[in-house]
Design a protein around this ligand. Structure first.
Ligand code: CU
Length: 483
């Protein structure tokens, strides 16, 4: 009797083991099959800025998919009166949405605009290969790089820049989403949108007006001044709200660029019918809030049954009401009193504690005056500095440890003005020692006139404890001509 029981037990275990093995090998087989899919023809990928996504893949065959992505470093608005220099994939934060299907061979060209200041690259989490493409895509301003990869796993994936200091590149907005649809595409829905959360770190406090530089220490401390959807406060509110009609199904492709914070993604007054947890193949149903890690994503969909404004938040709620992580889905159509009978009060929702609303200062006029006083040169140089230099060397010339050398009280700078002019004119690559610390990064050649170089260097030399050298344009042209 005991023996029989043991035999049965062993048999059951054997069956369980067999099931486990066969399940496992089916999974394996699938992945191998995706790798074996032959592409049929070539097509250019449609790329879209948030909150929009390209057309679904439907039942198209796997193809060679050409993706051309341009990196642009550009000033934008964080909130009313607050400017920020964003580093972007395709001119938006998050970067352009890429839509592929499993088995596609993606030929990816990354171009770094000649006006940019820094080298960049791209790590796509959808890539099976070293660095997710980062090692093959490292590209200097004015250059482009092409690499290719095959999409082996369906899902929604983050891509981001992985150039040192990686955290800073991501914090400045260098992230986006790439969707790999399964064979035959995702189930059809009526509306699809692209939302990505990010946390930002500025020298000034939340709402402090003016052009705000990145703050490395706050980023290290994970002490965000702004937590936002789609790169800025209000990217999805008011006239920028996403929309749908009563009775429609809405799918949101939601990513989290971080660099630091996990999102507790929630739509007030809606329940997600389906959530692709972490952007993968596992489906959860009837979800209130889904957790999206930094460097992760989720696909959520739901049917909108009643009209109104549905508030999209990071339910770590101070982020929503005090730091900007708040968007809107406006649903229009017939009311359904059976589903929701409450008094509708659209339009009087005042999120508490919004950012300080200050009118931006008018752009200062550009002066063309060849006989400038020292004070005028310093003033002009300061403007050039805040447009060109401070993203790396920081507002008070303190630089960033292990990445960008300080300009404040800089022995390297004060020792040789001609060398300083030469570096601004021609760029600098390789190791240097500044105030006893070694730096090995890349400063690219700056596109400034001789006069602008003279002014910006005069500003730097007359600030932060430097030796008060007055650089004039003739010194710049002299250095230029010795080359
Ligand atoms: Cu970058």
């Amino acid at each position: 009797m005991k023996n029989l029981r043991n035999i049965v037990k062993t048999g059951l275990m054997g069956i369980a083991l067999l099931l486990f093995v066969s399940c496992n090998s089916t999974e394996e087989k699938k992945i191998i099959d995706f790798a074996k899919i032959q592409v049929q023809g070539t097509m250019d990928a449609e790329l879209t800025s948030p909150p929009f996504v390209p057309a679904p893949v439907g039942d198209r065959a796997a193809k060679k998919l050409i993706v051309n992505m341009e990196i642009l470093e550009q000033e934008g608005t964080m909130t009313d009166g607050v400017k920020y220099v964003y580093w972007t994939f395709g001119g938006s934060v998050p970067g352009s949405f890429i839509r592929t299907r499993v088995g596609d061979e993606v030929e990816f060209t990354l171009s770094n605009h000649p006006d940019n200041k820094l080298p960049h690259n791209i790590d796509l989490h959808a890539v099976t290969g070293p660095g997710g493409g980062a090692t093959s895509s490292f590209v200097a301003p004015g250059h482009e790089k092409t690499f290719s990869f095959k999409t082996l796993n369906p899902g929604l994936y983050v891509y981001h820049c992985a150039t040192a200091p990686v955290g800073m590149h991501i914090a400045n907005g260098m992230y986006g989403l790439i969707l790999v649809e399964p064979e035959g595409g995702l189930p059809k829905v009526d509306k699809e949108y692209y939302i990505m959360q990010g946390d930002f770190y500025t020298k000034g406090e939340n709402g402090e007006p003016g052009l705000q530089p990145f703050d490395m220490q706050k980023a290290v401390d994970e002490d965000a001044d702004y937590v936002v959807f789609n790169g800025k406060v209000g990217a999805l509110t008011g006239d920028n709200a996403i929309t749908a009609n009563v009775g429609e199904t809405v799918r949101l492709y939601v990513g989290n660029g971080g660099p630091n914070l996990t999102s507790s993604f929630h739509v007030i007054g809606e329940i997600f019918d389906n959530v692709h947890i972490e952007g993968g193949s596992l489906l959860n149903k009837n979800v209130q809030t889904t957790s999206i890690p930094a460097g992760g994503a989720a696909i959520v969909d739901f049917k909108v049954d009643v009209p109104g404004t549905f508030i999209i938040v990071d339910h770590a709620i101070f982020r929503a009401f005090n730091k900007g992580a708040l968007g809107m889905l406006k649903v229009t159509g017939e009311e359904n009193k059976q589903l929701y009978s409450g008094v509708k009060q659209e339009g009087i929702y005042h999120p508490e504690g919004g950012t300080i609303q200050t009118m931006p200062n008018g752009e200062a006029k550009k002066e063309v005056n060849l006989n400038k006083t020292l004070a005028e040169k310093v003033a002009s140089g300061k403007q050039i500095y805040t447009k060109t230099c401070f993203a790396c060397h920081q507002a008070n010339g303190e630089g960033i440890a292990n990445a960008f050398p300080p300009l404040a009280k800089s022995d390297y700078l004060n020792a040789d003005v001609k060398r300083a002019i030469d570096i601004v004119l021609n760029g600098k690559t390789g190791e240097i020692t500044v105030n006893g610390a070694k730096y090995n990064s890349i400063m690219t050649k700056q596109t400034l006139t001789d006069d602008e170089i003279a002014d910006v260097l005069t500003y730097v030399y007359n600030s932060w404890g430097n030796n008060k050298t007055n650089v004039d344009a003739s010194m710049v042209s002299e250095v230029k001509n010795t080359h």
